[in-house]
Design a protein around this ligand. Sequence first.
Ligand code: COA
Length: 358
Amino acid sequence: MEASMADGLENVIAAETILSHVDGEAGRLILRGRDLETLAGKVSFEDAVGVLWDGIVPVPADLRDALGKGRIRAFARFAPMLPALAGLGAVETMRALLAAMPDGASEPVLLLGAAGVAAAMAIRAEKHREIAPPDLTAGHAADLLRMIRHRPGDATEIKAFETYLVTVMDHGLNASTFAARVVASTAAGLSSAVVAGLCALKGPLHGGAPGPVLDMLDAIGTAANAERWIGAALDRGERLMGFGHRVYRVRDPRADVLKAAVSGLRHRSERIRLAEAVEAAALRALQARKAHRRLDTNVEYYTALLLEALDIPRHGFTPVFGAARAAGWIAHAHEQESGGRLIRPQSRYIGPMPTEAA
Ligand code: COA
């Protein structure tokens, strides 16, 4: 009997996990038995990683220190590679740097530190800007923010950035996590799984959406222009970046966490007012035109505003997403390696069959 097919693997359960759960009907994200809201904005990135990895990935007693050492080792490894990568985009550079991490010898904490450093170096390198080395004594969020911008953040900025990193750290079996698990299921190794995750994250339908969200806000310009601009974009058959999700049928809970975080940053009120007006107009238009599919605001919408408020350049949005999600890819790869089978689905052949020889 032929197996049934699910386009885009929608509603297919392809793994069992204790790491995170996306409740698309209730708009809830659960990480290791806790609601996202009890972690994001409440604990450091290191503590959140400790919660996510507990019992799955070996966690050193002093994770902050080990992560700092990982950043320093990765920086030394990556710095000589940069000249050969000139001309690549930021995600491509980050991909090339991470691909230089050996599979067997890269322990998880080193890889997580490397993902952060690779993101920061790739963001600086795209604009040919100088990059300062990591600071062993700093927290991961504070150090990445400083490296990316070449100036340190104040306490409010660091907290907002840390809230972002924790918020996007893991999210069920999203496309990049699935890619990482597929690679891990072949026993290829941890670095390969992380690189696979980053490759899947690169696309605008997954991790590449927040840059285009800002392009949309810039093009709309004023609240009064929102309805007309959005109507015209949908008439052209375009998708509105920052809206819609494969699993959430209600508002993405991460959008609210990030909106609260960006509201705490200075001088953002005008941009937020425009974003709220555009969001309201977009939701009205999507409801009217796509009544058959419940489309709501997703994580990328307020990610864009938050990262912009932190002066992180648009070409850096996907790399910083990857630096955070690497924590999830590593955890899922370990979980897959320790209990899962080779992931190997089937395709349905719809091409021609050979004709009988005349
Ligand atoms: N703007 C306009 N229409 C959208 C839309 C959007 N952002 N997202 C989905 N739709 C529409 C599709 O056009 C389609 O309409 P149709 O049935 O009339 O053809 C319908 O909703 C279903 O789309 P589908 O592509 O099957 O949904 P999906 O579950 O495969 O896609 C996303 C999920 C996230 C890829 C999709 O919502 C999207 O492209 N969003 C914009 C990019 C984005 O914000 N990505 C970040 C995700 S966190």
